[in-house]
Design a protein around this ligand. Structure first.
Ligand code: SF4
Ligand code: SF4
Length: 84
């Protein structure tokens, strides 16, 4: 039985819409264009690579990145971390 969802993204974006003033700084810094301001609201497009640029540059601490387990993501690319 394979009922698992394969996720491409590596990070989950948590946006605090109360703090976010929609300045667009994070939108400009995101290298994969995962962030977008739509109808006066910051949205994410589920392709976050967890670089945390948005979190670093947001002046209002309104955005936070949660890294997701690479096993769930399923990419076999450049991950040499293993605890033996
Ligand atoms: S940088 Fe921060 S305040 Fe500005 S749009 Fe992004 S999350 Fe909102
Ligand atoms: S962590 Fe990086 S990829 Fe993810 S939304 Fe922020 S800037 Fe974009």
């Amino acid at each position: 039985m394979t009922g698992e969802k394969i996720q491409k993204r590596k990070g989950i974006v948590h946006i605090n819409h109360e703090y976010c003033k929609r300045c667009g700084i994070c939108v400009n810094f995101c290298p994969v264009k995962n962030l977008e301001i739509q109808q006066q609201k910051l949205m994410e497009l589920n392709r976050c690579i967890a670089c945390k640029m948005c979190q670093r540059y947001c002046p209002d601490i309104a955005i936070e990145i949660e890294e997701v387990d690479e096993k769930t993501v399923g990419t076999g690319k450049s991950s040499h971390r293993n605890g033996g």
